[in-house]
Write a protein that binds this ligand. Sequence first.
Ligand code: GCO
Length: 460
Amino acid sequence: MMDPRTLSERFPGDFLFGVATAAFQIEGASKADGRKPSIWDAFSNMPGRVFGRHNGDVACDHYNRLEEDLDLIKALGVSAYRFSIAWPRIVPEGTGAVNEKGLDFYDRLVDGLKARGIKAFATLYHWDLPLSLMGDGGWTARQTAHAFERYARVVTARLGDRLDAVATFNEPWCSVWLSHLYGIHAPGECNLDAALHALHVTNLAHGLGVAAIRSERPQLPVGIVLNAHQTYAGSDAAEDLAAEKRAFDFHNGVFFGPVFAGAYPEGFMSGLGHRMPPIEPGDMETIHQKLDWWGLNYYTPMRVLADPAPDADYPATLPAPAVSDVKTDIGWEVCAPALGDLIRRLNAAYRLPECYITENGACYNMGVENGAVDDQPRLDYIAEHLAVTADLIAEGYAMRGYFAWSLMDNFEWAEGYRMRFGIVHVDYDTQVRTIKKSGHWYKALAAQFPKGNHARSAAE
Ligand code: GCO
């Protein structure tokens, strides 16, 4: 087992160790204090969408256990907490009335973090679109970007003075492709044209959100969280190598290109540009604003082959088999070197600001035995990925922090509660939290920080 103290020596003194969650996955209290349904409430109540028809009505009951959970974060000794704000609590119908009681909850959350000396990293959109907005087309409708802009302004005006960082979106890859093209996430659409509209509207909403945040709080560090994919060709055949390049653009370039370089990738536009919604004058400038930071969520690589079907839509790829047999309980290949390859490749392709690993972790479903959870494979997974992160720092990449996904077991979207990513176990019958072996190890690591071996920490 990797010794946490030895590992800690490889990180600068001000490297942030944190834990992450998302509102819909933990809060529950789905009808409390003026919250209205999101697309995930509707989706999870439809038969056949989510495993076991699980939903977010109770989840980890975090909304009612806020103080206890803040104490848990404090007990883990981490210096930062990444959480998301539920749009349906703040502007329950997406547009129109602001719900003060919703803002009050996040006020208490942020104040509770400050009182405990923990930095607050807020995400504005982690997939819980107010259901009312679906009536106008949801993310496929341009006015949703303006609804998001207004929501971003409302949140920043109320909480921005105490946030340490804010992200506009979490993983637009999921809320665009997985939700509108692959049909796995809410609203469960399988339609390329709809997905292309959602793509541009989401990118636009990000840009409008950045401007709204900055107009309220110019000093607040603004970023975006992307689940970039390290793509690998499944063979050395020329057609598979070409397929891999298309996959990189389709899964990464359509977000990184507009946000960090002001343009959609050329290959993507030549394949699908004719099906994109109108890109209005000024859109690309709005999307391409300098960011203070970006977040990477990384779990597993993506391996692809060329799809030989003549009518295959761009990017015309098929999945290639995993290289390693080592997989987590959700079936994802474990491959820590891909994290390094990905950061190197993205930095070579784009001018990126400083980076936080905003999510990394593993699904292992072992339960409590004699009061303890022995999740050694999760501990090993986190340690291996942190070792790669330390390599990247040694190579000079601006890696500033790491957030374990997740603080605790929670609603794993289409997988419901059966897939567990927490470093803390949740018993959903009793809501008892039990720190797992990985959580104790992470605590021992975090306890080494902040430490005084880095100039930046001395200056703070
Ligand atoms: C994600 C998510 C999390 C997931 C995690 C595991 O952004 O994909 O932020 O909500 O639970 O990735 O699948």
